[in-house]
Design a protein around this ligand. Structure first.
Ligand code: GLU
Length: 338
């Protein structure tokens, strides 16, 4: 499920179009009036990879009369920064990308139901349902546990599960609930159970996989952060997301998220679209630390939003050239006959 990097760009650019994967969904397969989301983590500035994601999210919503939810995924309290959130809201405004929900001003005004750090009580209530069903257990594994397992087995630990067998240890859950960065305690995991999940990816087709193969996910970590794996599931449910559009690096996370959603009572899973990733010529994924792909620096240097969308469309493999595309025209990439 990895994208092979294409040969180096003729122009010597740092980035290469994603290769080896379909980029454009069949317009007839796109659902009518989807509710989708743009869900960045404020751990750095928006880069070209986010721009590719935004192009799919706003483009498909625009082509199908859909609705875009903006969610700030700042569940990781140590890595998230208020100044990065302010910068990404600002960058979206400069790009001409407005969510349907909530208004950008709602983030600036204070508490919203769309910023994860404001929603701890929501995640606690969701986890309580799973705890009452006997599915939650405390986990004492640390980096050392993983390193010891790897040293003993001679291979890297794969998946997101627990190498320490904590499920059978009945550790004290109170030590997880009181955990904080100043006083690390235990993590909490959800027992997923056996069986497979099936889902439809609008680019990869029908898929199925066993969530247990990845191991029981950590839902709250040793310093008291709710984890991505849990927040994203709870939030996609409460925000009514029925089309998840994101990069292919999250394709393998999908079966675990589907199982968590099912355990939380979601009856109809969302549709998914995992789009190609933009990579460096070296094959590496983009990172937020790399200033040369930061949207704001390119705008500051004089690039127009339309030029950046044109570039993103080519990098995603949606277009052969970089001709500019205005924010209001992104739907043209995903319509019938495009
Ligand atoms: N917050 C994630 C990111 O910035 C997106 C997660 C998702 O779309 O499920 O990569």
């Amino acid at each position: 499920m990895t994208d092979e990097p294409a040969p180096a760009d003729a122009g010597g650019a740092l980035l290469v179009p994603a290769a080896g994967a379909a980029a454009r969904p069949d317009p007839r397969a796109l659902p009518a009036a989807p509710v989708t989301r743009f869900a960045p983590a404020p751990t750095g500035h928006l880069h070209l990879g986010h721009l590719v994601n935004a192009l799919y999210v706003w483009g498909i919503a625009g082509a199908r009369g859909g609705h875009v939810v903006l969610r700030i995924e700042d569940h990781d309290r140590q890595r998230s920064r208020a100044e990065h959130e302010a910068a990404l809201l600002d960058d979206l405004g400069r790009l001409g990308l407005a969510p349907d929900e909530p208004p950008i001003a709602a983030f600036r005004a204070g508490t919203t139901a769309y910023r994860q750090s404001d929603c701890g009580a929501v995640y606690a209530a969701a986890l309580e349902r799973l705890r009452a069903a006997g599915l939650v257990y405390a986990c004492a594994c640390t980096r050392t546990t993983f390193a010891e397992w790897e040293a003993a087995s001679g291979r890297p630990w794969a998946g997101m599960g627990c190498p320490g067998g904590c499920r059978d240890l009945a550790l004290d859950e109170a030590r997880a609930w009181s955990a904080s960065p100043a006083a690390p305690g235990l993590g909490l995991r959800v027992a997923l159970g056996a069986g497979s999940e099936r889902w439809l990816d609008l680019l990869a087709g029908p898929l199925s996989d066993e969530p247990a193969a990845a191991g029981d996910p950590l839902v709250r970590d040793r310093v008291g952060n709710w984890t991505y794996a849990f927040c994203v599931v709870v939030d996609d449910m409460r925000h009514g997301i029925d089309l998840v559009i994101r990069g292919r690096d999250l394709l393998e996370a999908t079966p675990v998220q589907l199982r968590l959603a099912r355990l939380l009572g979601r009856t109809a899973p969302p549709l998914f679209l995992h789009h190609p990733l933009v990579r460096r010529v070296s094959g590496q994924k983009l990172s937020k630390a790399e200033r040369d792909t930061a949207v704001r620096e390119m705008l500051d240097a004089g690039a127009t939003p339309a030029q950046l969308f044109g570039r993103a469309a080519r990098l995603a493999g949606l277009r052969q050239d970089e001709s500019p595309i205005a924010a209001g025209e992104l739907a043209s990439l995903f319509g019938v006959g495009s």
